[in-house]
Design a protein around this ligand. Structure first.
Ligand code: NAI
Ligand SMILES: CCCCCC(=O)/C=C/C=C\C/C=C\C/C=C\CCCC(=O)O
Length: 258
């Protein structure tokens, strides 16, 4: 898919990875981006900054808690009503809070599942849309174990398993939708700092063992990997790990010869 004149919806679009993705989408001449986020102040601020940079009417902020089915569907509907179409859905909002683990699973996994099926409903060729691409944000810990964040790790493994499977569901394929996921290593956002303050059980372990020693994926490395996945018409069910300084690589599922 090329980006010209297309429309994206990005959950967690007010900040961090979602904001960086939205910025790149608009820089590639997308018609508009819908920033879907629970943080109203940041969301309005980011939408305003994008309109100043790319022109009036290019960014729409939708206040939405992705754990609410009603609010998430309303955001998809607002996006199509505002821009007239939808082509790319990034299910990206996420938190790391091992103490609030049921909420974390709702945001990191359930909302990714719900967002994928809403994308089929609002982009599907059988439903009046043009088809499109769903990009789900997992993590490198969607592929490997991480003993310091067991539920976060489980939620991200769930995103990988769901993406690999949903990509080949008949209702998804027959609607002209591709589904892919990214598995970044630590990225240059405030995410880990927020996790330290609010939801990491092992803050001292992180500080003693890792603080300052974990290189960050730069936004440019992450966004170029996502752009490639969107542009590549053969990328479906792809799970791409993104490593600082090493780019993006597709990770196939194990062949168990069952
Ligand atoms: N930063 C990192 O090192 C890595 C992050 N990830 C994943 O990337 C995704 C984005 O993370 P970052 O941009 O780094 O985090 P961030 O904290 O900078 O941004 C996350 C955004 O999601 C929004 N959000 C949180 N809960 C929400 C909810 N219930 N409804 C709607 N919006 C909500 C926040 O308001 C925020 O704007 C997450 O899924 C995270 O798990 C994956 C690998 C590494
Ligand atoms: C274990 C939770 C990891 C959460 C972030 C994520 O999804 C992926 C991170 C990838 C690599 C790093 C893995 C674990 C350590 C994480 C952060 C330590 C940061 C220390 C620091 O420099 O502040």
């Amino acid at each position: 898919m090329n980006f010209d004149g297309k429309v994206a919806l990005v959950t967690g679009g007010a900040d961090g990875i979602g904001k960086a993705l939205s910025d790149v989408f608009l820089s590639k001449n997308m018609k508009g981006v819908c920033l879907v986020d629970v943080n109203e102040d940041k969301g309005q601020e980011t939408a305003k900054a994008f309109e100043e940079k790319y022109g009036a009417g290019k960014a729409k902020f939708c206040k939405c808690d992705v754990t609410s089915s009603e609010q998430l569907e309303a955001a998809f509907k607002t996006c199509v009503d505002t821009f007239g179409r939808l082509d790319v859905a990034c299910n990206n909002a996420g938190i790391l809070n091992e103490y609030k683990w049921k909420l974390m699973v709702s945001i990191n996994l359930n909302a990714v599942i719900e967002g994928t099926y809403l994308a089929v409903k609002y982009m599907g060729t059988k439903n009046g849309g043009n088809g499109g691409v769903v990009v789900n944000t997992s993590s490198v810990v969607g592929l490997v174990p991480r003993q310091y964040a067991a539920v976060y790790t489980a939620s991200k493994h769930g995103v990988v398993g769901f993406t690999r499977s949903a990509a080949f569901e008949p209702d998804v394929v027959d609607n002209g939708i591709r589904v892919v996921a990214i598995c970044p290593m630590a990225v240059e956002t405030e995410f880990m700092a927020i996790a330290y303050e609010q939801g990491s059980k092992y803050t001292e372990v992180y500080r003693n063992e890792m603080e300052g020693r974990v290189p960050r994926v730069k936004f440019e490395e992450l966004t170029s990997a996502v752009v490639q996945l969107i542009e590549d018409k053969d990328a479906n069910g792809s799970i791409n790990v993104i490593v600082p300084g090493k780019g993006s690589k597709s990770i196939p599922p194990p062949n168990l010869n069952l």
